[in-house]
Design a protein around this ligand. Structure first.
Ligand code: ATP
Ligand code: MG
Length: 562
């Protein structure tokens, strides 16, 4: 697969500049990066930014990027998430080869490092409870207080830490803390917890451990053990960098990776934390992690996004140091421009209205030839059955149309795409409701293929499907999951209050060209004039596709905001 950067000429971002300088100066012969997800949920579009950055840098340098599961919190982690994350990274087009790691694989070595910290007099077992630890920590404006357990002897600490490991203490009764500086202006340096007791089974190590290392401690050491050169993380870890460096310097690790922070992706009309996405799933607000309205990688895939469109999006937004918001329209544009190139055009009627062509012989049927892509003859043509009864889009007919309406109305003539000109001669309505149930037209046989030999013009061209041949199917229209730009803006209001009640519309009576009976699950088409749709991989059955609308032809939200 060609997944190289679509725009290799653009200037290097600040991280790539640093890496290029490190190679030029001989500090490193090649970068080694890593993508370190915690397996506590499915990946989202924010993770895609990090994946494209880390794996992209490796690819550009013919170097390696590790996939490391950061599985230090057994209470929230599960192996289903591990499998889902691997699938998503591969689907995006990246390979880790032999470089698949788990922080839990390092538990023994991490324990040994902790023992070394104690021996160096740089860690101690503290018996303050969680609340006391918090109290003693101080605030941004006040220094912390030293724990009464801070000056235990090395021997005592070693014995207590061993007893922690052996399960002799209850959860919360003891922690191992690094001995740094309770007066540091950086709260992360005020004797942070290194190990805590958790009597919980781990998805990989089972019941072997009842103490688990903390993230900050684990992460830098895992990076060092894997000899990562550049450890790329999001801005909120900037304040943790001194601690990252402290552990590596204190423990004299064989490698000292450089942590570099970049701005995380924030996208309008969505929430991006796995914790919040989990609430949407467990609360039944969406069908599952891969609900096509979700900005998870699996949701985007099911919605019809391609790996290339997501990589292009990540390339376009770039990597910087300043926090910023990206408009959802930018992501939607990336799939729109991808599918504009590749999706075959077909006709599909979402809200059918029957049209009887009264002068078309009842026993006749024929085929008209349609282009699969108007600008790409190499994508070929197809034959579309045409007959006396067809369906058109209900919105393409108006009984009393205004002047600017160029589609069908009583006495008006339009072109049926690729077929004939038709003129509306009468309208049939339901007597009680007054709803139009059928319209009658005549056609001009001389306009076969959609052109009038006498040069007469029609202003409108509409799509249609032959009633006798069309394939009935379900189509699902998706809209943005949230109705407001930033569902998280007001901390007083639960983000779920901002869910868009109209984010899902299920249309059950759609009719599409019969050629689509064979459409492969996961494949995409453009329904002319309607948007891009993909064949749902879960709910489609052979001969009976179910379509998900990926995106409309235009950005309808941009209009709403004006
Ligand atoms: P979440 O709160 O969604 O769970 P996280 O940062 O806790 O996010 P991890 O699984 O720990 O999730 O993240 C793996 C990697 O992805 C980290 O390096 C993290 O910095 C990066 N990442 C997560 N969210 C974003 C984002 N919105 N933009 C860029 N990178 C991100
Ligand atoms: Mg996390």
């Amino acid at each position: 697969m060609d997944n190289s950067d679509p725009n290799p000429e653009k200037p290097l971002d600040f991280i790539r500049q640093i890496i290029a300088e490190d190679i030029k100066s001989g500090k490193h012969s090649a970068p080694v990066t890593r993508f370190p997800p915690e397996p506590n949920g499915f990946l989202h579009i924010g993770h895609a930014k990090s994946i494209c950055l880390n794996f992209g840098i490796a690819q550009e340098n013919n170097a390696r990027c590790h996939l490391r599961f950061d599985d230090t919190n057994p209470s929230k982690e599960e192996s289903v998430y591990v499998a889902a994350i691997k699938k998503d990274v591969q689907w995006l087009g990246y390979e880790w080869g032999d470089n698949l790691f788990f922080a839990s694989d390092y538990f023994d070595r991490l324990y040994d490092y902790a023992v070394e910290l104690i021996r160096l007099g740089k860690a101690y077992v503290c018996c303050l409870n969680a609340e006391e630890v918090r109290e003693y920590r101080g605030t941004l404006t006040e220094p912390g207080k030293e724990s009464p357990y801070r000056n235990r002897s090395v021997e005592e600490n070693l014995a207590l830490f061993q007893a922690m490991k052996e399960g002799q203490f209850e959860e919360g009764s003891h922690v191992l803390r690094a001995k740094i500086d309770m007066a540091s202006p950086n709260l992360n340096m005020r004797d942070p917890v290194v190990y805590r007791i958790m009597k919980v089974s781990h998805h990989r190590t089972g019941d072997k451990w009842c103490i688990y290392p903390m993230y900050d401690y684990t992460h830098c050491l895992s990076d060092a053990m894997e000899e990562i050169t550049h450890s790329l993380c999001t801005l909120e870890f900037e304040d943790h960098r001194p601690l990252y460096n402290w552990f590596l310097e204190t423990l004299h690790t064989p490698a000292h990776p450089r942590q570099i922070e970049f701005a995380r992706l924030n996208l309008t009309y969505t929430v991006m934390s796995k914790r919040k996405i989990l609430q949407l799933v467990t609360g039944g607000h969406v069908a599952d992690w891969d609900d096509p309205r979700m900005l998870t990688i699996s949701g985007l895939r099911r919605r019809g996004y391609t790996p290339a469109s997501i990589r292009n999006f990540c390339s376009e937004i770039g990597v910087g140091k300043k926090a910023s918001w990206i408009d959802m329209g930018v992501l939607e544009n990336s799939i729109r421009s991808d599918l504009n190139e590749t999706a075959p055009r077909v006709m599909g009627v979402l809200d059918p209205l029957k049209v009887v062509i009264t002068n078309y012989p009842e026993e006749n049927e024929e085929e008209v030839e349609g282009k699969n892509h108007p600008q790409k003859p190499e994508m070929g043509t197809r034959f579309i059955p045409f007959s006396r009864e067809i369906y058109i889009e209900r919105s393409d007919f108006m009984e009393d149309p205004p002047k600017k309406f160029f589609r069908l109305g009583p006495g008006r003539e339009v072109r049926l795409r690729y077929a004939y000109f038709v003129t509306c001669v009468s309208v049939i309505k339901d007597e009680t409701t007054g709803v139009v149930t059928e319209i009658h037209c005549t056609y001009d046989p001389a306009t076969y293929g959609g052109n009038a030999p006498d040069g007469r013009k029609v202003k409108g061209t509409i799509h249609w499907v032959s009633a006798a041949h069309g394939l009935n199917c379900q189509v699902r229209l998706y809209d943005r999951l949230f109705a407001v730009e930033n569902p998280d803006a007001d901390k007083e209001v639960d983000f779920k209050e901002h869910l868009n009640p109209d984010s899902l519309t299920i249309l059950k009576d759609c009719v599409v060209e019969p050629s689509l009976a064979q459409a492969a699950p996961g494949s995409s088409v453009q329904f002319e004039r309607q948007g891009y749709f993909c064949v749902d991989v879960e709910d489609s059955e052979p001969g009976h596709p179910v379509f998900n609308r990926t995106v409309g032809l235009r950005d309808s939200w941009a209009k709403k905001q004006r």
